[in-house]
Write a new protein. Structure first.
Length: 181
């Protein structure tokens, strides 16, 4: 299950071009028989994600082998306290651990316009939580994508299908290893 916000949901792209759809194709190409459930909701903050996580998990036909969790971008864009973001993510990771579900956490980096103090509080969240929960971490979901206008939608926030392909190329081996392990 890919559980996140608009970056996962496929904002501005066709559903078959979304992160979960492209990841499923990439994993299948690696010989894995998988179905990646798209549990991305555009606009979700970590608080909204926390509220819907149990419902999303309980609505699946069976416990997922892996959850890829990517939330926090909307918290950052809204200037929500990094402490609150971390607390909400921590609660989600606790729920996944309680259910004995493996996890890949995808991180983000604070936008430069939010200032050094915000970045110093926000940027360590994902590494800290990955270490605490012994989870795999893909440190920056938009690594090598957000700085390339050719890979982004005109809004400069969301990747286009080619950008999503680059993200998938970066993370698919990690996800495949977690599924095999």
């Amino acid at each position: 299950m890919a559980f996140g916000d608009s970056l996962y949901a496929g904002y501005g792209v066709k559903q078959d071009e979304s992160f979960p759809a492209q990841l499923e194709k990439a994993l299948s190409a690696k010989g894995l028989k998988v179905s990646v459930h798209n549990a991305g909701v555009s606009g979700d903050t970590t608080a909204a994600g926390l509220q819907r996580l149990a419902f999303a998990l309980d609505g699946l036909p069976r416990k997922p082998d892996l959850v890829i969790l990517g939330l926090g971008g909307n918290d950052m864009l809204r200037g929500i306290s990094p402490d609150q973001t971390q607390s909400n993510l921590d609660a989600m990771l606790t729920e996944l651990k309680k259910r004995d579900i493996d996890l890949v956490l995808t991180g983000l980096i604070a936008a430069p316009n939010l200032g050094k103090d915000y970045a110093d509080s926000f940027n360590p969240i994902y590494g800290t939580l990955a270490k605490k929960y012994d989870a795999e971490l893909y440190p920056f979901f938009l690594d090598g994508v957000i700085t390339d206008k050719a890979l982004m939608l005109p809004d400069g926030i969301h990747p286009n299908p080619q950008g999503i392909s680059k993200v998938v190329a970066g993370i698919s081996n990690m996800v495949a290893e977690e599924l095999k392990g």
